[in-house]
Write a protein that binds this ligand. Structure first.
Ligand code: HEM
Length: 401
């Protein structure tokens, strides 16, 4: 799953009463709201070298939505939409009323609650916008993986939005506002909602758990790692030039076969992943923070971390250094017709090149990972995430201008 840190309010706390309510719309007429907690007033800057929503600690709610451009709107329409979307996202990230429409007031009482909006371009948008020459090679379609059961109607899309916040109403408001602002220019193709730990649920910030009960996100690349930036972001001077400071996001809806999983003994569950369920410690010993020792053997000569354990098969050491920043959210959409939970992981990962990140790792996982026996990949997407918007600019400006 995603970055450690659930349990603490993310981003830059503006302080009690510190968020502005300027801007057009009904919020303006309301007296300044004093937030009850630092959670509501926490704000993540929208502008910067990278888009928000990649390196920040995970918020508690996700809305992921893909859109398809309306026929004939082309590059001018896409440019106008990205300007409108960026202005709205920047305003909402500061707790201001989004410009350009009558606010629905769903988030009226709340601060920004660490809202982030991350925009992506799917491969299909480039030809529609007359930008085929700018299509990055990294957006080549993901290969089919063994056992994939991909529903194309819930996959892909010209544009992708990742909306995250620590308040469900703030997240819904932002997603809905962006959808309303797209009317006539882009239509939603699919939409999914995910959740993570609510800040404050644990006594101290700890790595989150997924719906299988595992501590998930431990061995993510960390911003303090020397190679973090090169693994996650396209360098300036990289190709194509408009992707400088950007990243590539892979999205997979992965259903968990929880009824099967819950019947496994704790020993089997731990050997499936290669870590202790309660503590997250590797089966090679130590604590959650101890590096996994893939060579370690038990007294009988068997591998401490089994040959098909998820952490062994997915590790950079097993994949020529391939790595990605995972930032996935749990989902639960009720019951399937057979009564099984429709639940799992909205897997999201960011990397500078999916060809040396997600693709080789998933190819290996799909072939021989013990965890994959309890998973079904149901939808899939790959998106170019441009660099962040400059102070008075918009996301995608380097491509569209
Ligand atoms: C590690 C769960 C899918 C790549 C882990 C860990 C857990 C886990 C519990 C160990 C803790 C950690 O380091 O985060 C899951 C679940 C999945 C899933 C429940 C699906 C529902 C994937 C997929 C990929 C992936 C699709 C990539 C193609 C990784 C990587 C690691 C990891 C790279 C770190 C390995 C290491 O270096 O130790 N995952 N995972 N996972 N997973 Fe997954």
């Amino acid at each position: 799953l995603g970055a450690a840190g659930a349990g603490g309010a993310a981003g830059l706390a503006l302080g009690a009463g510190g968020y502005a309510l300027a801007g057009p719309g009904p919020k303006q007429s309301t007296a300044a709201v004093t937030p009850a907690t630092a959670l509501g007033s926490s704000a993540v800057p929208f502008h910067g070298a990278h888009q928000a929503g990649i390196v920040e600690p995970m918020q508690s709610t996700l809305h992921a939505t893909a859109f398809d451009l309306s026929p004939g709107i082309g590059r001018p329409g896409l440019t106008a939409l990205m300007k409108r979307w960026s202005a709205a996202a920047a305003a909402m990230a500061e707790g201001r009323t989004p410009p350009g429409l009558t606010d629905d007031q769903v988030a009226l009482d709340a601060g920004p609650s660490s809202l982030t909006v991350t925009f992506g371009f799917g491969a299909s948008v480039f030809a529609k916008a007359g930008l085929a020459a700018q299509l990055p090679g990294e957006l080549a379609a993901l290969p089919p993986f063994p056992e994939d059961r991909i529903d194309r109607a819930r996959s892909d899309g010209d544009l992708w939005l990742q909306v995250c916040a620590d308040d469900p109403l703030v997240a819904f408001h932002a997603m809905r506002t962006l959808q309303r602002l797209a009317a006539g220019q882009a239509a939603p193709r699919w939409q999914m909602t995910g959740f993570s730990r609510a800040p404050g649920a644990t006594a101290r910030p700890v790595t989150g758990r997924n719906l299988m009960g595992q501590i998930d996100g431990t061995n993510n690349p960390k911003p303090s790692d020397a190679d973090f930036a090169s693994r996650v972001f396209v360098p300036s001077g990289g190709r194509p030039a408009w992707m400088a400071g950007g990243s590539y996001a892979v999205f997979r809806r992965i259903r968990m076969l929880l009824d099967d999983w819950d019947q496994q003994s704790l020993t089997v569950q731990e050997r499936t992943v290669g870590r202790r369920k309660a503590s997250g410690a590797p089966l090679s010993g130590g604590t959650e923070a101890t590096p996994v020792d893939l060579a370690r053997q038990n007294a009988d000569g068997s591998l401490a971390v089994p040959g098909d354990a998820h952490v062994r098969v997915a590790a950079p050491a097993s994949n020529q250094g391939a790595a990605m920043l995972r930032r996935g959210y749990s989902y639960h959409d009720g019951l399937r017709p057979d009564g099984a939970p429709d639940a799992g992981l909205l897997f999201i990962c960011f990397q500078s090149d999916p060809g040396t990140g997600f693709v080789p790792v998933q190819r290996k996982l799909a072939r021989g990972d013990a965890l994959s026996r309890f998973l079904v990949h149901e939808s899939s997407g790959l998106y170019a995430i441009p660099g962040g918007a400059p102070a008075d600019g918009y996301v995608g400006q380097a491509l569209l201008e």
